[in-house]
Write a protein that binds this ligand. Structure first.
Ligand SMILES: CC(C)(COP(=O)(O)OP(=O)(O)OC[C@H]1O[C@@H](n2cnc3c(N)ncnc32)[C@H](O)[C@@H]1OP(=O)(O)O)[C@@H](O)C(=O)NCCC(=O)NCCS
Length: 165
């Protein structure tokens, strides 16, 4: 039997400038536009980690903590923080680059779950995650809590979840 590969995960960073067509009439960036950027950055992190084709299965704990405005420079950072068999949970944070002394200000956080596929679109095993730093341990434990919370929530509404299968 072949051993499952193990590896560390690497943070993927994308940068964007916020344009007027991405915002409401008051200059505040649309949440959906931001989620699209976060989703594609999370996918890049999952592809880089697994070396496979991936698809987003769900998004949990989207927290829009601070608004983003037209003209802001935003940095999106995504990293695999927890893996299952074929699934990867990717913590994705968006920072506004304020420049000067203020630096990066955290605006939005979400946890995306992506599934790796083979050529026939069957879920396929991803490497086991090696956790090295205290920060990685903290993010892994938070992701575990989110996953377990989702499991309990879906258990409570099993009759609804079943209808989706
Ligand atoms: C995601 C998808 C492949 C899961 O298919 P499925 O038949 O439920 O697959 P499986 O039951 O074999 O589960 C595969 C893995 O996905 C995970 N998974 C499935 N549905 C999930 C959900 N809603 N949330 C989180 N994880 C999920 C399972 O827990 C399993 O993880 P594991 O291998 O680490 O244990 C399927 O629902 C799909 O293709 N969805 C559409 C994806 C899409 O179009 N995304 C948007 C564009 S990228």
């Amino acid at each position: 039997m072949s051993e499952r590969e193990q590896r560390t995960s690497e943070a993927i960073e994308t940068w964007n400038f916020v344009f007027p067509n991405q915002s409401n009439p008051y200059g505040n960036m649309f949440g959906g536009e931001l989620l699209a950027i976060m989703d594609s950055t999370a996918a890049l992190a999952a592809i880089r980690y697994s070396g496979k084709t991936v698809s987003t299965a769900s998004v949990e704990r989207v927290i829009f903590k601070r608004p983003i405005f037209v003209g802001d420079r935003i940095k999106t950072v995504a990293k695999v923080v927890l893996v299952g068999s074929s699934s990867m949970m990717v913590r994705t944070d968006v920072f506004v680059d304020k420049g000067g002394d203020e630096g990066d200000v955290l605006s939005t956080t979400a946890h995306f779950t992506l599934v790796a596929f083979d050529e026939d679109r069957n879920p396929v095993a991803v490497p086991e995650l090696i956790i090295e730093t205290d920060k990685e341990r903290k993010h892994f434990e938070l992701a575990e809590q989110i996953k377990s919370h989702v499991g309990r929530r879906e258990g409570r509404i099993k009759h609804v979840v079943e209808k989706w299968k």
